[in-house]
Design a protein around this ligand. Structure first.
Ligand code: MN
Length: 350
């Protein structure tokens, strides 16, 4: 009994209330490790804290207790992807209903919002340079409503990044909804995973993929895996909108590494997430606020590891057209010593 925790101690350790714990015990989701036969007091083991924290997080994501119980009985990662899509779909449906209510009430928003504002125009250009490498494994895409960069790695990295963008391009078409965007992204992962499995090399093949899409139900959204980035230049400030999925970026987030030491850290190129290395991929995504006058930049690590944020900002602001800005960035990045492939998509919001 020594290392067992009372229900109160356990509740405070995992951020759940005693009442919730009793209901999870009743549902068979988290059964106490021991119950005092005399007092009826429940005791939990320290080893149960992890599961309890996961349950707390899933509940916060709005997952029903019954669904969580089913998940723990058979922890299939596909279920997490499905929940992810359900949440995106539900939030899109709520936003549509709110927009309809607003229209029915004939109330215009105080400041123009996405639904009522003048439609924004996106003017984009892509550029890529091989740099000091033998081959260019980067790929860029800019078409109506979809902008993306991918940085391939492994024996068939060039095919991987091209395949990812081709799949995204051909799948995200009929109605441009957020759920269709997720489907396209998962499809891209499947295709690269198949390529990786059949390429006959013991070197893993995969790619990063950072895609900005204009959806009809959730406005501008960035979906992202790996260390290619999205930046926004607004009022002369350049802000990075994606977090790298690298070993060093995660150390920085946890406060275990200083940003200045990350540039020389031996693990700075180690990706913690990538497309095509497993049958399922955990996609990071977020809405992107866009307004007229913004200039957006998608780029591979060959750009931001060779150019300083200040140089990037200067190159972006000194060029009038997206085409010239995209080219200037890759030209400067790829001429540095031992330069990686450098790829950009510059998007002006009008
Ligand atoms: Mn690269």
């Amino acid at each position: 009994m020594d290392d067992l925790l009372s229900i109160g101690e356990f509740a405070s350790r995992c951020g759940l209330s005693a009442k919730m714990l009793r209901s999870y015990a009743a549902a068979g989701l988290l059964v106490p490790a021991a119950v005092d036969g005399f007092s009826g007091y429940r005791y939990y083991s320290p080893g149960q804290v992890h599961r309890a924290r996961v349950i707390a997080l899933l509940r916060r994501a709005g997952i029903a207790v019954g669904d969580i119980t089913t998940f723990f009985a058979d922890p299939d990662p596909i279920r997490l992807d499905r929940w992810d899509r359900d949440i995106a779909g539900a939030s899109a449906a709520r936003r549509r209903a709110l927009a309809q209510a607003r229209a029915a009430l004939a109330i215009d928003p105080a400041t123009p919002s996405k639904g009522h504002a003048m439609p924004l125009t996106f003017l984009a250009a892509t550029a890529t340079r091989t740099g000091g490498r033998d081959t260019n494994q980067d790929t860029a895409l800019a078409r109506e409503g979809l902008f993306a960069v991918a940085d391939g790695f492994g024996a068939h990295g060039d095919t991987a990044s091209q395949l990812a963008l081709d799949t995204l391009d051909s799948t995200f078409t009929p109605d441009h909804t957020i759920s269709e965007l997720f489907t396209a992204y998962h499809e891209a992962n499947q295709h690269v995973w198949q390529l990786s499995r059949t390429n006959g090399s013991n070197q893993a093949t995969g790619t990063t993929l950072t895609a900005l899409a204009l959806t009809t139900d959730a406005a501008a959204t960035v979906l992202h895996v790996g260390d290619s980035r999205l930046y926004r230049l607004r009022h002369n400030r350049l802000v990075q909108l994606t977090e790298d999925h690298t070993a060093t970026a995660e150390l920085i987030q946890r406060g275990e590494l200083a940003e200045t030491d990350a540039q020389t850290h031996p693990h700075r190129h180690i990706l913690t997430r990538a497309l095509g290395v497993a049958p399922h991929v955990d996609i990071a995504y977020t809405g992107v606020s866009c307004k007229s006058g913004d200039r957006l930049l998608l780029c591979t690590d060959g750009v931001f590891t060779t150019l300083s944020p200040e140089e990037m900002k200067t190159l972006l602001t000194s060029q009038i057209s997206p085409h010239a800005a995209a080219n200037q960035l890759v030209t400067h990045a790829a001429t540095r010593e031992s330069a990686d492939n450098a790829t950009t998509v510059v998007i002006d919001v009008r």
